[in-house]
Design a protein around this ligand. Structure first.
Ligand code: OGA
Ligand code: NM2
Ligand code: ZN
Ligand code: ZN
Length: 387
């Protein structure tokens, strides 16, 4: 750092770096983020300072750069704060620095795809045993929305092992893990040999599972092929081609329902728009399973037909040949995917009692997956640095 000085009028500290670039930090933010042991619990990396003890109009008595390259601030009550250069630089309020930091924290970069996608593929054992392979797996899962794992044993328990590699799985009414098979008196259309049109799992839950694993233990001889589509890419195609339909699907709330018994008895109701966008208008989640879309439709009469028109327009785009990736899972394959982004389906299959089609599935949430992703990047970076 070349210097640090207080701009008292604006209540900003100006820091000039070695390259001549300057950064500005509000007095209030600096006081709020004092790193001393009175203000911060080091062992939890958490703020001890209470909002009720923060003076949001504080001035500064003295600010200077110390010999060991820290910004030292003495506040009017003589409390002292020390800020390391690197720590400050990362937290710069400039547009570029904020963007870099957000990318580092949230891995927001997206790769949109269509039928020409070469599905990112990794080896199951590598992902379990090697941090670099696990990191590449989760980076692609976030960026592309799906990663195909090969080489797992064709036995129960592999999706649970994979979930433990990350943290823990998401329990739902279908159990910790669940068996996709042709079942007598099926409590879900997935548990029949019928076709499953493109869907996201579990829109009947307001907080639908973020990530899904499907492990093929046994495949049908005839049928049972998988289909996947990039829900974000196709939603943006809808936005361009039919903005009115896009607006309808991002604004109208649709009822979803799911009733039955499995892990325990359940009677779910939810209200979701088919396409969720964030405050910037970016598509962030798809909520659509035609099987659990409720016959109760809480819309005024005049919105019913426009809703169907809009949904049909989106489904027609999804089903375009140029958007769909088709493959057939083999025993030992595990499909890992973003359930907030991908729509997935299955062709009908011929059920044979002597060769039962069987997939084992599990859900996780994005918070746990992103947590493991950050930890893996840190440990892989550190290992690389010491080599
Ligand atoms: C499901 C599902 C795919 C398959 O169970 O929700 O999408 O290939 N299954 O059976
Ligand atoms: N299963 C596969 O939304 C859904 O009902 C998806 C969930 C039964 C756990 C299917
Ligand atoms: Zn302090
Ligand atoms: Zn599904």
């Amino acid at each position: 750092m070349r210097h640090a000085r207080a701009l008292d009028e604006e209540r900003l500290v100006e820091v000039e770096w070695e390259d001549g670039v300057q950064s500005l930090y509000p007095f209030t933010w600096l006081r709020d983020n004092c790193q001393c042991s009175l203000c911060t619990l080091k062992s939890a990396q958490a703020r001890k300072l209470l909002m009720s003890d923060l003076d949001i109009h504080t001035g500064i008595d003295v600010v200077e750069v110390t010999n060991d390259n820290k910004v030292s601030i003495v506040w009017p009550d003589q409390h002292t704060s020390m800020f390391e250069a690197e720590w400050l630089k990362k937290r710069s309020f400039s547009q570029e620095a904020r963007q870099t930091m957000q990318e580092e924290l949230f891995f927001n970069e997206r790769y949109y795809w269509d039928s020409k996608l070469h599905i990112p593929t990794a080896n199951y054992q590598d992902v379990l045993n090697d941090d670099k392979a696990a990191l590449a797996w989760l980076v692609a899962l976030k960026r592309v929305g799906m990663v195909y794992l090969k080489g797992a044993p064709a036995q129960l328990g592999q999706v649970a092992r994979l979930a433990e590699r990350i943290g823990y799985l998401r329990l739902t009414f279908y159990g910790h893990t669940w068996q996709v098979q042709d079942k007598y008196m099926a409590n879900n259309v997935a548990y029949t040999p019928g076709r499953l049109s493109l869907h996201t799992d579990y829109p009947a839950l307001h907080f639908a599972p973020g990530v899904q694993f499907l492990h093929c233990i046994n495949q049908a001889e005839k049928g049972g092929e998988s289909e996947v589509v990039d829900g974000f890419h196709t939603a943006e195609q809808l936005h361009r081609e039919d903005p009115e339909a896009f607006h309808t699907l991002t604004s109208l709330l649709v009822d979803f329902t799911d009733t039955g018994t499995d892990y325990c008895d359940f009677m779910l109701q939810s209200k979701k728009s088919i396409i969720d966008v964030n405050a910037q208008g970016q598509v962030v989640r798809i909520n659509y399973n035609n099987a659990t879309r409720d016959s109760v439709l809480d819309l005024p009469l005049h919105q019913v037909q426009p809703f169907y028109r809009a949904l049909k327009a989106y489904v027609n785009i999804m089903n375009r040949r140029e958007n769909v990736v088709t493959y057939k899972m083999e025993p030992g394959d595990i499909m890992t995917f973003d359930n907030w982004r991908l729509l997935h389906g299955r062709r009908s299959y011929v059920s044979r009692p002597d060769r039962l089609r069987h997939l084992e599935g599990a859900y996780l949430d994005w918070d746990e997956v992103m947590s493991r992703l950050r930890i893996l990047r840190k440990s892989v970076d550190e290992a690389d640095a010491t080599r």
